[in-house]
Design a binder for this molecule. Structure first.
Ligand code: AMP
Length: 418
């Protein structure tokens, strides 16, 4: 019986894992510049945390969550996103606010897999909790653009919108429902459902007929209360000050209940149908909704797989180990001593114990080639007798005999070039 990985999951091979490590390191550099601190939270939470925060009618809660009952009869869910868990952690651990937190980790959604869309995928999530100013929303967008540049993503655009607050959004929703009712007969099945449960979500519909109808739909920004109006103006003015090119997209509403006021999305033309690198917005009511004091907050999440697809180049980051080759049982001990010495000196090194024991040169050279290493160090009876080592450059085929200190000095200088 051969097993396959579950649909929508990824095996991340070493080269790809190296790219991910590089990407995370480069993201962390930028997050540091803006005073963010890392937080880690569980991969599963009580189901209610998500149904409460995302909204019972959100698509994630209805169709996409991996929910299970554990042996204690508790309903648990693999996290489909990070914000709810972070807010729970802030409340539960009494974290001092305002706070700037980020997290990396896997998320789980049972979506139909396609390019850039998986059932297990990684996100970088960023949250600023305890600050209400629209200047923060603008700063987050500015930070995201710096982050993109730092990971070689040059081609992207920024779309923004506002979705009001609990004072003005219900009025807008009523207007929208009135508008949708007029064309109800022409709407697709999914939009009928959305109309009943979460009308804002109709704007995410990909159906051509629906999209045409929504072109004339009322706009949230024409129904804002004065506070939301001002917030949106300050937000846009700050983006302009930061020199961020952006467009207002009235259809950008984000399907999760907890969003208020400013929302935004980062788009890459390199991604195909799933063109969103990430997005976010303000969520001023979530902390209270989850049992904390009234606390404004804002944040965004980027999909790591999409960042990797959009990044235009990656530096070679991998340092290949030195391949130590022993020629027989008698020299194996010297080989193991060298291995330890190299590692003590900070030089990565490996040895094939089985082939070394048997004293087979060719298979070991073949393996060194397969691994793509640059240098092999051969120890045979001659080397042992002369207390030396044969260093072989696998690229040029050249071989020289060196004493231990010469060998180490040479390998160190090569390693520094990496
Ligand atoms: P969301 O939490 O839905 O706002 O998504 C934020 C970002 O996470 C998206 O823009 C994508 O980059 C990424 N993302 C969301 N869902 C998936 C998925 N199923 N597979 C891969 N990336 C995803």
């Amino acid at each position: 019986m051969r097993y396959q990985r579950p649909k929508g999951t990824l095996d991340i091979m070493p080269e790809e894992a190296g790219r991910r490590f590089w990407l995370q390191t480069r993201c962390r550099q930028v997050l540091d510049l803006y005073g963010f601190q890392e937080i880690e939270i569980p991969t599963f939470e009580h189901t209610e945390l998500f149904s409460r925060s995302l909204g019972e009618a959100s698509e994630i809660v209805i169709k996409e969550m991996y929910t299970f009952t554990d042996r204690g009869g508790r309903s648990l869910t693999l996290r489909p996103e990070g914000t709810a868990g972070i807010i729970r952690a802030i409340i539960e651990n009494n974290i001092k606010l305002p706070g700037r937190l980020f997290h990396f980790g896997p998320m789980f959604r049972q979506e139909r897999p396609q390019k850039g869309r998986f059932r297990e995928f990684y996100q970088l999530g960023v949250e600023v909790v305890g600050l209400a100013s629209a200047l923060v929303d603008a700063e987050l967008i500015e930070m995201a653009t710096r982050l993109f540049r730092n990971i070689n993503i040059r081609d992207f655009s920024v779309a923004v919108n506002t979705i009001g607050c609990p004072d003005c959004a219900p009025e807008f929703k009523k207007e929208l429902v009135k508008f949708l009712e007029k064309s109800k007969g022409e709407l697709c099945k999914d939009c009928h459902y959305r109309l009943e449960r979460n009308p804002l979500r109709v704007f995410d519909c990909k159906n051509e007929t629906c999209r045409k109808i929504y072109k004339d739909a009322p706009k949230v920004r024409e129904h804002l209360c004065p506070e939301c109006q001002e917030h949106f103006e300050v937000f846009q003015a700050a983006l302009k000050k930061y020199n961020i090119g952006f467009s207002i997209n009235d259809r950008l509403v984000r399907g999760i209940d907890y969003y208020t006021r400013a929302v935004f999305e980062f788009i890459s033309p390199k991604l195909g149908a799933q063109d969103s690198l990430g997005g976010g917005g303000r969520y001023d009511n979530l902390v209270e909704e989850l049992g904390g004091p009234k606390t404004p907050a804002t944040g965004f999440a980027l999909g790591i797989e999409r960042l990797l697809l959009a990044a235009e180049e990656f530096p070679l980051v991998e340092e290949k180990p030195v391949f130590v080759i022993g020629l027989g049982e008698k020299v194996l001990e010297a080989g193991i001593r060298l291995l330890k010495e190299l590692r003590d000196q900070g030089i990565p090194a490996v040895l094939n114990y089985d082939a070394s024991f048997r004293g087979e040169l060719k298979p070991q050279l073949r393996q060194a080639n397969t691994l793509g290493v640059r240098f092999a160090v051969i120890i045979g009876p001659d080397e042992l007798a002369q207390n030396s080592y044969s260093l072989k450059d696998m690229e040029t085929g050249k071989q020289v005999m060196l004493k231990l200190d010469e060998l180490i000095a040479f390998l160190k200088s090569e390693s520094e070039k990496c």
